[in-house]
Design a binder for this molecule. Structure first.
Ligand code: ADP
Length: 271
């Protein structure tokens, strides 16, 4: 499972910096096509991208631009039609489903809009679950530390149903961080939360990057959420249409309107 050295192959992936091969996420020429022939949908049309460890990347784009497909392919939940994906230096393209499942459990973290906690388990058990599933000895002290880091040090014995939405998402973040994963993939993590709670959750993700060295890749449609990232990646029609280094919500929203259909631009301006 050693890290591989990045070789120059003519691609110039977004975010590449000279020399290092130590990317948390690396996509090369990733294409994903649904269906064949005239009715084929090209959801990803050749994505080249390298994300450094300890970076926070937001992925934005209009509906249908390929964000979900990108996240699924980058996280080993879906196989590209062609191209390669490396996570923490490990090539996952062509990996067996069993190996991929093991890799996802031990080396990736996930945070979803709908929290996806198991309601019958306590908060602590939910956080310990990735370790159990990965076959590692559940480290209760570490789980308690991570719960304290997300501000839930006193909630370990509760069930998710006894917590607010924001608290449930904190549990999900603790669960995502507990294995010290190579990458945390977040899919609209604040989509179900009010603005204040969303800001707290985004602050936690930011702290995970700054304080713990976590790598976060977050799909969002919300410019205010994307403003927490180090870099925003814009997708349009299955391609990377541009990037913005750390930018304000207003700057991100302005860029979005240049990518989108008039109806979306009007909606964004009206919002
Ligand atoms: P986004 O997340 O940005 O809305 P998606 O990745 O969901 O975009 O979709 C990208 C394109 O691929 C869209 O045209 C969508 O209709 C198509 N697509 C996504 N999933 C499937 C599927 N399972 N079968 C056929 N087409 C799909």
């Amino acid at each position: 499972m050693g890290l591989r050295t990045k070789k120059s192959d003519g691609h110039k992936p977004v975010g590449s910096t000279a020399g290092t091969g130590d990317w948390a996420v690396e996509l090369r020429g990733v294409r994903r096509q649904y269906g064949r022939g005239a009715s084929a949908v090209h959801a990803l049309r050749g994505i080249d991208l390298a994300l450094a460890r300890g970076s926070f990347t937001a992925v934005m784009g209009p509906s249908g631009s390929g964000k979900s497909t990108f996240l699924q392919c980058a996280a080993g939940l879906d196989q590209p039609s062609s191209g390669s994906v490396r996570l923490g230096g490990t090539e996952i393209t062509g990996m067996s489903e069993n190996k991929l499942t093991a890799l996802r459990r031990s080396r990736l973290g996930f945070v979803f809009q709908a929290f996806n906690l198991l309601p019958s388990l306590t908060v602590e058990q939910n956080v310990l679950l990735p370790m159990r599933l990965a076959g590692a000895r559940p480290d209760r002290r570490h789980a308690a530390d991570v719960l304290a880091q997300v501000g839930l040090g006193d909630k370990g014995k509760r069930r998710p149903g006894q917590l607010s939405g924001g608290q449930q998402q904190r549990v999900a973040i603790a669960r995502a961080l507990v294995t010290r994963p190579d990458v945390v993939f977040a899919d609209e993590p604040t989509g179900a939360l009010d603005t204040t709670t969303a800001a707290e959750i985004l602050g936690l993700l930011r702290n995970a990057v700054d304080g713990l060295g976590a790598t976060v890749v977050m799909v969002t449609h919300d410019p205010a959420a994307a403003a927490y990232a180090d870099r925003v990646l814009f997708l349009a029609d299955g391609e990377i249409a541009g990037t913005l280094p750390r930018a304000s919500a207003a700057q991100i929203a302005a860029r979005m309107t240049t990518l989108t259909a008039p109806s979306f631009a009007e909606a964004a301006t009206a919002a």
